[in-house]
Design a protein around this ligand. Structure first.
Ligand code: SAM
Length: 275
C-alpha cells in the first residue's frame, strides 16, 4: 500500500501533510487541550479531521484554517462536522486572529498539528496576536519544542526561545514517535502548550521590534562574544552597567537581560559605538 495515501487522500509534501493515525496520541492531545463547549477554538491545518472530529464533538462551533482546497472541500461535506465548522480555505500565515477573537467576543484557543515546513514563521505570526489568544497547543518537530523550552547556556537556546518565552509560558506536553503519522515524518515530534503572558506578567519591553532586532543580531553570530555580535549597538561599558559581561555569547543571556538590552536601546537609539 502506498504510505502517502491516507483515507483516500494523497498526502502533499509541499503542504507538510503528515496525518495522525494513532488514537491514543489523538486522545492525549484532545485531553491536553480540554475544549469546553462555548470556547472559541480554532484549528490550523485540520487535514482529514484527526483532531477536528474529537474536538468538534465537545463544541457547538469550531473554526478551521486549511490551505489545501481538496481537504477544505472534504471537510465542508463531512457528515457531522460540516454544519459545526467555519472553514477558512487560506494560508494561516495571513490569517487575522485578532479579528476572529473580536467577532467571537473572547480570546482564542488555537491548536493544530502544524505543517513543519512553516511552523517557526507561523509561530512568529501568532506571537503578534498574543493579546487575542488564550492558549495554543501545537504538534511540532521535537527539536523545535526543545528550542522553545530551552534555558540559557544550552545549544537549543536561540532567537525562537527568547521570543517565545517573552510572549508565552511554554510547557512541553507529550512526545510523539514518527509511526503515529501517515506518512511517517523523518523526525520525532512533540506537543507543546504555549500560554501567552498577560500584559502585566510579560517582561516590560517598550518596543518589541527592538527586542526582535537584538536577538536576530546576537544569535546571527551566536559563536561570537557579545562584544563582537552586539558591539555596534552596545559598548562594553554599557553592557557592564547592565551587569552583562561582554565576553559572554548570545546563548548565555537570559530573556530578562535581552529585554533590558531592548529597553536601553529604545532610549539610546543613536548613542552606542564600538568599544
Ligand atoms: N490535523 C491533521 C492531522 O493531525 O492529521 C493534519 C496535519 S498536517 C501535519 C498539516 C495540515 O496543515 C495539512 O492539512 C495541510 O494541508 C495544512 N496546511 C499546510 N500549510 C498550511 C497553511 N499555510 N495554512 C493552513 N493550513 C496549512
Amino acid at each position: 500500500m502506498n504510505n502517502r495515501v491516507h483515507q483516500g487522500h494523497f498526502a502533499r509534501k509541499r503542504f507538510g501533510q503528515n496525518f495522525l493515525n494513532d488514537s491514543y496520541i489523538i486522545d492525549s492531545i484532545v485531553s491536553a487541550i480540554h475544549p469546553q463547549k462555548h470556547e472559541a477554538l480554532i484549528e490550523i491545518g485540520p487535514g482529514l479531521g484527526a483532531l477536528t472530529e474529537p474536538v468538534a464533538e465537545r463544541l457547538d462551533a469550531l473554526t478551521v484554517i486549511e490551505l489545501d482546497r481538496d481537504l477544505a472541500a472534504r471537510l465542508q461535506t463531512h457528515p457531522f462536522l460540516g454544519p459545526k465548522l467555519t472553514i477558512y480555505q487560506q494560508d494561516a500565515m495571513t490569517f487575522n486572529f485578532a479579528e476572529l477573537a473580536a467577532e467571537r467576543g473572547q480570546p482564542l484557543r488555537v491548536f493544530g498539528n502544524l505543517p513543519y515546513n512553516i511552523s517557526t514563521p507561523l509561530m512568529f505570526h501568532l506571537f503578534s496576536y498574543t493579546d487575542a489568544i488564550k492558549d495554543m497547543h501545537f504538534m511540532l518537530q521535537k527539536e523545535v519544542v526543545n528550542r522553545l523550552v530551552a534555558g540559557p547556556g544550552s545549544k537549543a537556546y536561540g532567537r525562537l526561545t527568547v521570543m517565545a518565552q517573552y510572549y508565552c509560558n511554554v510547557i512541553p506536553v507529550l512526545e510523539v514517535p514518527p509511526e503515529s503519522f501517515t506518512p511517517a515524518p523523518k523526525v520525532d515530534s512533540a506537543v507543546v502548550r504555549l500560554v501567552p503572558h498577560t500584559s502585566d506578567q510579560r517582561p516590560s519591553v517598550s518596543d518589541v521590534r527592538v527586542l526582535s532586532r537584538i536577538t536576530t543580531e546576537a544569535f546571527g553570530k551566536r559563536r561570537k562574544t557579545l562584544r563582537n555580535s552586539l558591539g555596534h549597538l552596545f559598548s562594553a561599558e554599557v553592557l557592564a552597567e547592565m551587569g552583562i559581561d561582554a565576553t559572554l555569547r548570545a546563548e548565555n543571556i537570559s530573556v530578562a537581560q535581552y529585554c533590558q538590552l531592548a529597553n536601553w536601546l529604545s532610549t539610546h537609539p543613536e548613542q552606542p559605538q564600538e568599544s
